[in-house]
Write a protein that binds this ligand. Sequence first.
Ligand SMILES: NC(=O)c1ccc[n+]([C@@H]2O[C@H](COP(=O)([O-])OP(=O)(O)OC[C@H]3O[C@@H](n4cnc5c(N)ncnc54)[C@H](O)[C@@H]3O)[C@@H](O)[C@H]2O)c1
Length: 247
Amino acid sequence: MFRLDGKVVLISGAGRGMGWGIAQTLARQGAKVIINDFYAERAEQAARSLNDSGFQGYFATADMTNREAIFSMVSQILSQHVAIDVFVHNAGIPAQGWKYSQFLDSAPAEWDAWLQLNLHGLMHACQAILPQMIERSWGRIVVINSDASRTATGMGLCAYGAAKAAAIGFIRNLSGEVGRHGVTANALSLGTMNNWEGSEQIARKTASVRRAGSPQDVGAAVTYLASAEAEWVNGQVLAVNGGSLVC
Ligand SMILES: NC(=O)c1ccc[n+]([C@@H]2O[C@H](COP(=O)([O-])OP(=O)(O)OC[C@H]3O[C@@H](n4cnc5c(N)ncnc54)[C@H](O)[C@@H]3O)[C@@H](O)[C@H]2O)c1
């Protein structure tokens, strides 16, 4: 079950972190994995590492906030691989730098950075990728989202949480347009993950499964949503958060 043999998967921001975990997991399930990242060396090295382990890895550099760059990347991928069966929009933390600010100290330019990547980047990519999925009556869109869209941490996440909530509104509505064409659109809502300092201590206090989440936890959930077996799951947000938030 949940095999992805022969499927072509594009993952944004997959040069490290959660995206890299998703890439490794999907490659193990038999997918051809195309690693996108803002940083070419990061994407290239990750693809090489997949190949060195005997999997099918490719890389494709593009800034996922740039519509032209996204369309050009997608057209190059389609000329080489014919199809993109699964798109995972994982890039969500700006590569060029960011800071979490208390709302009253934040500037509109910061709000834009989060929205450009989490909402507009996703929408650009969906406009570029969906037509060929619809034409072939098969496709999977999976968005890596965050519990920040529905909590009140007080940690300066207003703009980030708003951008993530916007992406959920988009994906739910999109699911209603593409489901009839054999394409599903779903999201994961991640809790505290283990790739930043202090996350284990926070997760031990907030999650009933007393640890921070790993890239492999995310990869396993994406594998399910990307699989043929999940064809009747559409427009949903699956929490992958160790039980820290249960509704
Ligand atoms: N780490 C957490 O605790 C956590 C919690 C909840 C949700 N998330 C979500 O998980 C996803 C991945 O987070 P992460 O912690 O692995 O991030 P990360 O910063 O470790 O890795 C993200 C990768 O995305 C790339 N990237 C950033 N902007 C890009 C752009 N414009 N175009 C292409 N690539 C770009 C970066 O270069 C980087 O390699 C994000 O959507 C994030 O919001 C993370």
